[in-house]
Write a protein that binds this ligand. Structure first.
Ligand SMILES: Cc1cc2nc3c(=O)[nH]c(=O)nc-3n(C[C@H](O)[C@H](O)[C@H](O)COP(=O)(O)OP(=O)(O)OC[C@H]3O[C@@H](n4cnc5c(N)ncnc54)[C@H](O)[C@@H]3O)c2cc1C
Length: 262
């Protein structure tokens, strides 16, 4: 008998915001058995707070727009430190993702002639943000959640993952606890997708959700991954504080920031 409550899936997706839900839908569509794990309730991820809209070069209002301009704006906004290939894919595929959301039931605001409305936004050369009033993130989550739960995946809510497990150099599982009872739970898996969002909660004052404690970054680091470009959003003192907070350890113990940046 297993020592802990145990679930087995081909793929475990950690995080049920826009990123995690979309990844879980895709893995399910490819025939994998998928477990979707999130530390809040399904539908409560930080993604619901996104208000401005989805940047996609649909060129519905400004015909001069195209993926190359979007790519340029993204690289420029990232001071050319972005992973250019990810920025390219993002710019190229965003219009299809917006159309896909509509195909799955989202309803974006319209122009008078029935096209998806787009608004201007900081850093974007043309009017580019497809939106649903000021609740685009909510509509996105509602749509992906509905699509996801009908895709055959198992959802584990209010479950915080604390460790990734490895068999040699390969990921073999994830370990965590139920927030309601504190009981441990083990997920056996061939692959883990980390979609736990950002690190915004390392700031005292932030609009970011309580979930933004960089858990995915810490899980990946502990499993042997390299973390890159942390310096773009935190200074060294903040990185150290964030990592200590994330890992819940004492400042005396060497942590990621001390190892990497001192
Ligand atoms: C106020 C505000 C407005 C914004 N507006 C826009 C906008 O208009 N357009 C735009 O493109 N972007 C916007 N953003 C940014 C955007 O909201 C985020 O980049 C996006 O929602 C991130 O999605 P995600 O799926 O990566 O993470 P999230 O939606 O945060 O999902 C993270 C998931 O991981 C889970 N999780 C975290 N840690 C664990 C753990 N240890 N174990 C299990 N589960 C865990 C959480 O429970 C959650 O389900 C805005 C951000 C803010 C703060």
């Amino acid at each position: 008998m297993e020592k802990y409550e145990t679930h087995t899936h081909d793929v475990i997706v950690i995080g049920a915001g826009g990123a995690g839900l979309r990844a879980a839908i895709e893995a399910s569509a490819q025939g994998a058995s998928v477990g979707l794990v999130c530390k809040s309730l399904l539908g409560k991820a930080h993604t619901v707070m996104a208000e401005g809209g989805v940047a996609a070069a649909l060129a519905n209002l400004d015909p001069q727009d195209n993926w190359k301009v979007h790519f340029h704006d993204t690289m420029h906004g990232g001071k050319m430190l972005n992973n250019w290939r990810m920025a390219q894919l993002h710019a190229q595929e965003a219009p299809d993702r917006v159309r896909e959301l509509e195909h799955w039931g989202a309803l974006f605001d319209r122009t008078k002639d029935g096209k998806i409305m787009q608004r201007a936004f900081g850093g974007h050369t043309w009017r580019r943000l497809a939106h649903v009033g000021d609740r685009t993130g909510l509509e996105m989550i509602r749509t992906l959640q509905d699509k996801g739960i009908h895709s055959g995946m198992d959802v584990y809510m209010e479950c915080t993952i604390t460790h990734l497990l490895k068999d040699g150099e390969r990921i073999s599982g994830a370990f965590g606890y139920w927030r309601e009872s504190g009981r441990f739970v083990l997920f056996k898996t061939k692959a883990v997708i980390l979609a736990t969002g950002g690190v915004g909660k390392s700031y005292k004052v932030t609009s970011n959700s309580w979930e933004y404690t960089g858990d995915g970054q810490a899980l990946a680091y502990d499993a042997g991954a390299d973390l890159i470009t942390l310096e773009t959003f935190l200074d060294i003192k903040e990185i150290r504080a964030a990592v200590i907070a994330i890992r819940g350890i004492s400042p005396e113990i060497p942590v990621i920031a001390q190892l990497t940046f001192d």
